[in-house]
Design a protein around this ligand. Structure first.
Ligand code: AP5
Ligand code: MG
Length: 216
């Protein structure tokens, strides 16, 4: 399956994508995680992305689209993928349409995670991620690691993301409403969107997502 997960910062895209990708045996492709990996490896791409991410702004399309396309063309993604955080504006959605068309492929579904703003604030304030792999995500209250500050999965150090400061979160939310929400309408016109509530436990949300994909 080829799936796009969309939703505001802190909605639980990364959390759900990890579980869903495992259940569906497809890779989880997160442009945010790819940028963070590039930043920690000190690559040129990471250096370009870092200042935009710190400011809560989108990394320019010419950097992002090429990176996403390269990742989607890796062998493990030949049979499908779950995109998390891409596309994030209309230009990226159109670029993705073009990439898929070139390969004679189509999206199967777009899952839109809906969550009230007060819950977003709580989720982001308590989030801790792993320094070795930013797809290892915890929450100090809702999804606490067994040992404080240590990743359950790989033993890496947990830390708070640079862009999770209150001021930057507000900017990211504004960018989401202005630039990312319009892609939901773009995909609604293609009949691909299911909106699901992202409230409740991680397992409950996964159940809704699987049902929306016709997999329950
Ligand atoms: P990105 O990394 O994609 O961040 P984001 O979209 O702002 O989303 P988050 O990762 O903050 O939230 P999430 O929805 O994944 O929530 P999570 O599962 O962690 O992007 C970062 C930056 O990179 C962007 O600002 C931009 O600069 C750049 N970028 C990335 N992609 C780009 C693109 N395509 N174009 C241009 N620029 C791009 O969950 C949050 C917390 O809640 C966690 O602590 C989790 O444990 C907890 N939680 C999750 N589910 C539940 C639940 N059901 N109940 C209780 N707690 C829960
Ligand atoms: Mg994420």
């Amino acid at each position: 399956m080829r799936i796009v997960l969309v939703g505001p910062p802190g909605a639980g895209k990364g959390t759900q994508a990890t579980v869903l990708a495992g259940k569906l045996s497809i890779p989880h492709i997160s442009t945010g995680d790819l940028f963070r990996a590039n930043i920690s490896q000190g690559t040129e791409l990471g250096q370009k992305a870092q200042e935009y991410m710190r400011g809560g702004q989108l990394v320019p399309d010419e950097v992002t689209i090429g990176m996403a396309k390269d990742r989607m063309s890796e062998p493990d993604a030949a049979g499908g993928f779950l995109l998390d955080g891409f596309p994030r504006n209309i230009a990226q959605a159109e670029a993705l349409d073009g990439i898929l068309k070139e390969d004679g492929e189509e999206l199967d579904a777009v899952l839109d995670l809906e969550v009230p703003e007060e819950e977003i604030v709580k989720r982001i304030a308590g989030r801790r991620i792993c320094r070795s792999d930013s797809s290892h995500v915890f929450h100090v209250e809702y999804s606490a690691p067994k040992t404080e500050g240590v990743c359950d999965i790989c033993g890496g150090e947990l830390y708070q993301r640079d862009d999770d400061r209150e001021e930057t979160v507000r900017k990211r939310l504004a960018v989401y409403h202005e630039e990312t929400e319009p892609i939901i309408e773009h995909y609604r016109e293609q009949g691909l969107v299911t909106t699901i509530s992202a409230l409740g436990s991680v397992t409950e949300v996964t159940g809704r997502a699987m049902a929306a994909l016709g997999k329950s």
